[in-house]
Design a protein around this ligand. Sequence first.
Ligand SMILES: [Fe+2]
Ligand SMILES: [Fe+2]
Length: 270
Amino acid sequence: VELVQITSEITALVTPMPVPGVGFLPVNAFVITTGSSPILVDTCVSQPPGEFVAALGKVIDPEDLNVIWLTHADRDHTGAIQEVLKTAPNARVFTNFTTVGHLTCGTEPLPMDRVLCLNPGTRIDVDGHTLVALRPPLFDNPGTVGFFDEANGILVSSDCFGGPMATFEEVLVPDVSAIDEEQVMAGQLLWGSADSPWVHSVDQSKFAASLNVIRALDPRLVLSTHLPAIHGDLERHLGRLAMLPDSTPFVTPDQAALEAMLAQMEPVQG
Ligand SMILES: [Fe+2]
Ligand SMILES: [Fe+2]
């Protein structure tokens, strides 16, 4: 886990995931300290035991953590959730009922007495400032809830706006504008189609309306779990999402492609 300072009040806990033939997909969790107590958003992919909480401990004292905002139950968001719950005894998991259900199907369900269930549209007061739960325009899991921090203009968009980067180093930049624009756009179109393939069958005008909801919020900072942070410049990124319904659908690698990838990888010893 790498620590990336996004602003003086926001730290990303980043795991660059190698994607064969593409580059590296950022997998980000965030610590947001705009209020009097910190908020942790998501818990990355599974790590060696203790690694995520050790990284978290470099940013905040886990005892101070009251809110873990779990955007959805996918494994790249819940990797360290159980470890964090143990290390942060005062924290409650703010999430959607569907996410609670999905995790109940696994071996480590969320403790019900530590859950706070939210729906898109729920407004919740955390330490004197309002977080508005929302479903981002693109999502890959029906439980997805991000939020908008009204006082600070911060949009937490979960998987929306994501895209792979060409190199490990690019995953770790604090501002996505540092990376070549064409390359970011190509990555976002690939990710949007691969992660939310339903976007190719939606009504264009309805999809555009969902983008207008985000436009109206006018966030100054957008935090995606799969892209370096977007500081301002939202219109450029919304424009790319608007292209998705009519873009060329991504075709996932088939068995032959998988075998070709495996052939290029180091054989496992032992
Ligand atoms: Fe996801
Ligand atoms: Fe994700």
